[in-house]
Design a protein around this ligand. Structure first.
Ligand code: UDP
Length: 320
């Protein structure tokens, strides 16, 4: 039986595809694939389309007897989502609506959905900053809102149509499985710091007066290979589950500050630099770290790789 991976030619999707193939699954990828086809293993079929192309979608579900779908395809830039909210709702929620419709029509009921810690927004947390899945969700940007609405839409189908849904709430994903799979965009802290160094500029730290050990923001950085392993576990879990919706945090349970990340970049790259401190970004929570107990309990998954593994693999993918 075959799994459909939407967005499988992207940075995260391609890591998921590789791990699914390694675990013995047949995989078909649906992706616009404007970039990224080089990331796919040769035995994987690529259907080059997006989720607005309903005819292609239905043909695809006719052609294959899918066991389920891993839905990674989405727009994911927070700032862009603030500037173009309708684009985000159309792409992320419109796309998911079309996908779920095709799944419903063709009775494909297993879904692993790429969600995000952005669903939590700016939670008021205790000193450990650990957040569990049953925390109140209150996204503070359209990107996070589309992820939460996506969870709700998929959850509704667990009631109406006996769907089985796992939403994986990604924390801060980084690193690369190999040089071919690196993140070619600079939307997140680690690639942004690499870019600054490449241009001989000072990497920028947003805010230095947070109530954290060194005053800079703390996040939970998880290696993309660990994240991909979690998808393999989720695919197996959802196949065996009863009809229900389950949200699962995917992080390490350990936070690192912006300065710790920068120090790791200096260590790995061998480049000494002084970061430049600027005002905090609006809406940035001081600290956000995953409670990973549910992932361990339900998926038997725990992250294996360190911050150093993340930064080193990302650096090697950029500087092969
Ligand atoms: N950050 C920073 N400088 C940058 C980019 C990000 O200090 O050039 C900080 C940001 O404030 C946050 C952390 O790095 O605390 C991770 O940011 P990113 O945008 O990668 O992910 P987020 O946690 O915001 O989803």
């Amino acid at each position: 039986m075959t799994w459909l991976v939407t967005g499988g030619a992207g940075y995260i999707g391609a890591h998921v595809v590789q791990k699914l193939v390694d675990a013995g699954h047949d995989v078909v990828v649906l992706d616009e694939a404007t970039t990224g086809t080089h990331r796919l293993p040769p035995q994987v079929t690529l259907v080059q389309a997006n989720l607005t192309q309903n005819q292609t979608l239905h043909r695809l579900f006719n052609d294959y007897d899918f066991q389920g779908v891993v839905h990674v395809a989405a727009r994911k830039q927070v700032r862009e989502s603030v500037e173009k909210p309708l684009f985000y709702w159309r792409e992320n929620i419109g796309g998911l609506t079309n996908l779920l419709t095709a799944m419903q029509v063709h009775s494909v009921k297993n879904l692993v959905f790429s969600s995000s810690a952005a669903v939590y927004g700016q939670p008021q947390l205790g000193s450990d900053a650990i957040i569990a899945e049953d925390a109140h969700c209150n996204p503070i940007n359209p990107y996070g809102a589309t992820k939460l609405a996506g969870e709700w839409m998929a959850e509704a189908l667990t009631v109406s149509d006996d769907f089985k849904v796992v939403a994986l709430r990604y924390f801060n994903v980084g690193g690369a499985g190999n040089a071919n799979l690196g993140d070619e965009y600079s939307y997140n802290l680690i690639p942004i710091v690499f870019d600054a160094l490449e241009k001989n500029e000072s990497p920028i730290v947003f805010g230095k007066n947070f109530e954290t050990s060194d005053g800079t923001c703390i996040r939970d950085y998880v290696h993309v290979e660990d994240l991909a392993d979690a998808h393999v576990s989720a695919v197996e879990y959802v196949s065996a589950a009863e009809p229900k919706f389950t949200a699962i945090n995917i992080g390490t349970g350990k936070g690192s500050s912006v300065l710790e990340v920068m120090n790791m970049v200096a260590k790995v790259s061998g480049i000494e630099f002084e970061p430049k401190f600027v005002q905090a970004r609006q809406g940035d929570p001081a600290a956000l770290v995953a409670d990973v107990s549910r992932a361990k309990e339900l998926l038997n998954w725990v992250s294996q790789r360190s911050l150093e593994d993340i930064v080193r693999s990302a650096w090697l993918a950029k500087n092969p």
